[in-house]
Design a protein around this ligand. Sequence first.
Ligand code: HEC
Ligand code: HEC
Length: 233
Amino acid sequence: MRALGWAGLGVWLCMTPLPMAMAANAGGLAVNAEEASINAVDPHIAALEARVKAIRKNKNALQSSIAAGRKATFFCANCHGVDGNSPFREVPTLAGQNAFYLLTQIQKFADGRRQSSAFMQGLVKVLSDTDKINISLYFASQAVRPAVVAHTAQWQTGASLFSQRCVQCHRTTAMGDERIPRLAGQHPEYLVLSLSRYRAHNGQRMDPLMQAVTSSLTNAQIQDIALYLSSKN
Ligand code: HEC
Ligand code: HEC
């Protein structure tokens, strides 16, 4: 996979089949209503979260889960980095990401509620529930390496937009919480891609909260917020 490089990966990502994305949109209200509440978790994810909570209560269980997660991510490391800090600007850093958010996204790729990457959708199908738990705990335990960015006017605009429109869910620290993603230290290119996908309502990322929040953002505002977030520790 490493030999394929970013160019090869780009080809993979461009192959997301359009009819699938359109079918997802046709799901309409039923899907939106189900996803409208942050706390509405489907039973399968709730069961995975319960297992994570139990593991966290026991220091030894947590250590062995993280160690197993490190082994299980040998293939993921080609794109997301060994410690979860991705070397590719459009591949998300997973280091320091919240474990329940990671579990949920893996599950959304698997069941088609997230269609932003045909490659990821196929890949997660081979993971067992235990793999998903170990991988999420491993990446969550790793430290993010934020970008070093000058505090320009663009950065300031990003900071104030973020504090006006995003902190009630992602927190002033941009660390989110269990089910809300950490944004601090994420690659700006990936953040721009994700925000644009929610705004586009193109079936790739279907969270109704984020679709609503991004609907009024301009391209320039998305760039400003992404720059600001990439520099946060
Ligand atoms: C060929 C490169 C590649 C490999 C290998 C890969 N990923 Fe990914 N992954 C991506 C890309 C690109 C995205 C972003 C998709 C998007 O833009 O929505 C992604 C997204 C994700 C996300 C969503 C992160 C977020 O912030 O929402 C998770 C979780 C994830 N990958 C987990 C894994 C795991 C676990 C493995 C190994 C089993 C893995 N990936 C292997 C390229 C890869
Ligand atoms: C009402 C709560 C809420 C608000 C306000 C909110 N978010 Fe979110 N955000 C979420 C949730 C929940 C998710 C996970 C959605 C999913 O599963 O796709 C998310 C996901 C994201 C992601 C995807 C992260 C990734 O790793 O792919 C980005 C980027 C993001 N939000 C940025 C923002 C920005 C920037 C703002 C302000 C302009 C904002 N959010 C405001 C709740 C919120």
